[in-house]
Write a protein that binds this ligand. Structure first.
Ligand SMILES: *Cc1c(COP(=O)(O)O)cnc(C)c1O
Length: 377
């Protein structure tokens, strides 16, 4: 079986975890957590990183910090992993779905501008499949709107470790909005198994997220609970894995990039013939490869053939407004088209070239069969 993804764990991760174990630092306090937070913030050029249990919780805490609650609306792209929409619902607010742009497959700023109402409190812009959303344009539409309540842009960079946005200064994903969240789930490019972080530059923001993740108390005043809050701390064992993975950040993200280049090279003839499409990349972005993504109106045939060879390729998510708990009428043309045609090919750091050869060979064979037979007159 060729899996869709697998983590890259080395001696370094094992050593740091075993050090943490030996020192007895196994809960939500300890030196690895501080170090992971510092290293991560430095890597992304942010002042603060707060480590939490996972990327979904990171989003929930940000929404709580912003005071978002029942009656409020948060704009979310119609096509993404479900976490942003679930986080909005978990604080009692309503996700308002908007279509994605055909050039980037990320939230469409123009459509977003039409979705803003007097109840809109935030926009969760997802850097979908390793491509940054267009933050400069999102800021512009916020300046031009009629409704004047504060609206915060939240960057969900869970799938974008290592991607870069060029429209403003050259900036890494995770540093593209006032507040950003990341996930370190096992299938992400940099992982702690389960894990997440909130990234921001304001000390008040970092402090409040820490309160929310730590029973509403600070370490200098134990058992004095300033606000209602539960426990969402990352453990020191998990953070030890994170320290090693952040040290390996460039190696891990570049290795995935090389996988994408290998796929590109082998699939170029299919892209040129138009039978298969590659995920688009805007000129102002450098994508990072999370899972290598292609699209075809013949997805069924490709996936069947790949499965027959025990290759775990998968169709993309269903558009969120089509799911029973998130039903919302609307067209969402681009999101639907991508959702109905796109699929992931197995992707992990240091994936052997022979595995990529094997997968691409299957895609080539299917494409040969699909090519219309020229009719002779
Ligand atoms: C993975 C992911 C998250 C967070 O997932 P967790 O498994 O909770 O860490 C959030 N948003 C997006 C877009 C994701 O892909």
């Amino acid at each position: 079986m060729i899996p869709l993804s697998q983590p890259s764990i080395t001696e370094r991760e094992r050593l740091l975890v075993s050090d943490a174990m030996a020192a007895g630092w196994i809960s939500g306090t300890g030196p690895a957590i501080k170090r992971f937070e510092n290293d991560l913030a430095n890597k992304l050029g942010r002042k603060h990183a707060v480590a939490v249990t996972n990327g979904t919780v990171a989003l929930e805490l940000v929404l709580k910090m912003l005071g978002i609650k029942e009656g409020d609306e948060v704009i979310v792209p119609a096509l993404t992993f479900v976490a942003p929409a679930a986080a909005v619902r978990s604080v009692g607010a309503r996700p308002v779905f908007v279509d994605i742009s055909p050039e980037t497959w990320t939230i469409d700023p123009l459509v977003t501008s039409h979705a803003i109402t007097g109840r809109t409190k935030a926009i969760i812009a997802v850097d979908l499949l390793g491509h940054p959303a267009d933050y400069a344009w999102l800021e512009t539409i916020l300046q031009m709107r009629i409704h004047r309540q504060p609206i915060t842009i939240i960057e969900d960079a869970a799938q974008a470790h290592g991607s870069t946005y060029f429209r403003t200064n050259r900036q890494p994903a995770g540093a593209l909005a006032e507040i950003a969240t990341m996930s370190f789930h096992a299938n992400k490019a940099v992982t702690t198994g389960e894990g997440g972080a909130v990234l921001c530059d304001s000390p008040e923001c970092a402090k409040y997220i820490r309160l929310l993740a730590n029973h509403g108390m600070t370490s200098d005043r134990p058992y004095y609970h300033e606000i209602v809050a539960t426990n969402n701390r990352m453990t020191n064992l998990t953070a030890a894995v994170g320290v090693a993975q952040v040290e390996r950040w460039n190696e891990l993200t570049h290795a995935r990039q090389r996988v994408a280049e290998a796929y590109d090279e082998r699939l170029q003839p299919l892209f040129e013939s138009g039978i298969l499409q590659r995920r688009p990349v805007a000129q102002w972005a450098k994508e990072s490869c999370w899972l290598y993504t292609v699209a075809s109106t013949h997805r069924r045939e490709y996936l069947d053939a790949l499965r027959a060879k025990d290759i775990d390729a998968r169709a993309l998510w269903t558009v969120l407004p089509d799911l029973p708990p998130y039903k919302q009428p609307g067209l969402f043309d681009v999101a639907r088209e991508v959702s109905n045609t796109a699929f992931w090919l197995p992707t992990w750091a240091h994936m052997p070239l022979e595995t990529i050869d094997f997968i691409c060979e299957v895609l080539h064979v299917v494409s040969e069969k699909l090519k219309p037979i020229p009719t002779t007159s």
